[in-house]
Design a protein around this ligand. Structure first.
Ligand SMILES: [Zn+2]
Length: 214
């Protein structure tokens, strides 16, 4: 059975909490009893198994043409930190030449989109990462950046509301790897990110999560 989970990243200024996505229950008590694993910081499927890319690495992602070039460099920098922590290359990026489709679709292509269009009721979301998985194996991940309601910066914020882009991406790429939100600091998977806050290191907590699957 194919399942899709949407992980929302909510802005610090607007809500203290964050929607952690759909709660997936077990298909049956028997299956849960035989297949359940410790979460170890990962999203789990309906049988309680951790979802990840297993040995299907590196994750090949397209950076959509909608993403500004300088921001694309921040994506690669965030990915390099994950790879360095894992001791192997976890991500490969390719710049997509195709026209921006704005709404990421389930098409077996992993993409990062820069969206100037966003649901008015969800203006507190800084980004959305969508994970598709088949059993315990992630089959697709898409990141959509809310460039309508948020301004992002690379090195120096130009105003008090701008969000550090690499700090956001290090978190969203964690979701791409299968990580869920963690409420135990310090972690890059903390659900909220305040303007101008820097979250550029993979913490010990995140390294431990990484080692559970990669
Ligand atoms: Zn998140």
């Amino acid at each position: 059975m194919k399942l899709i989970l949407i992980l929302l990243h909510v802005g610090f200024l607007f809500f203290a909490g964050c929607d952690q996505g759909k709660v997936l229950g077990p298909a049956s008590k028997l299956e849960l009893a035989t297949a359940a694993e410790e979460s170890c910081g990962y999203v789990q499927n309906e049988f309680g198994e951790r979802v990840s890319w297993k040995s299907n690495l590196p994750v090949n992602m397209y950076i959509d043409s909608s993403v500004p070039d300088d921001m694309a460099e921040s994506i690669k920098s965030a990915a390099n930190k994950w790879s360095k922590a894992a001791g192997k290359n976890l991500f490969n990026f390719q710049m997509a030449a195709k026209a921006n489709s704005i709404t990421p679709s389930i098409d077996k292509v992993n993409s990062i989109y820069w969206s100037k269009v966003w649901d008015a009721n969800k203006s507190s979301q800084q980004a959305i990462t969508t994970l598709s998985f088949n059993g315990p194996l992630i089959t697709e991940a898409d990141i959509k950046i809310n460039a309508k309601d948020f301004e992002f910066y690379i090195d120096t914020p130009q105003n008090s509301l701008q969000v550090n882009f690499e700090s956001l991406l290090i978190h969203e790429l964690g979701h791409v790897l299968g990580f869920k939100h963690l409420n135990l600091k310090p972690t890059v998977m903390w659900p909220t990110l305040a303007p101008a806050f820097l979250r550029l290191e993979i913490y010990y907590t995140d390294q431990k999560t990484l080692k559970c699957e990669y």
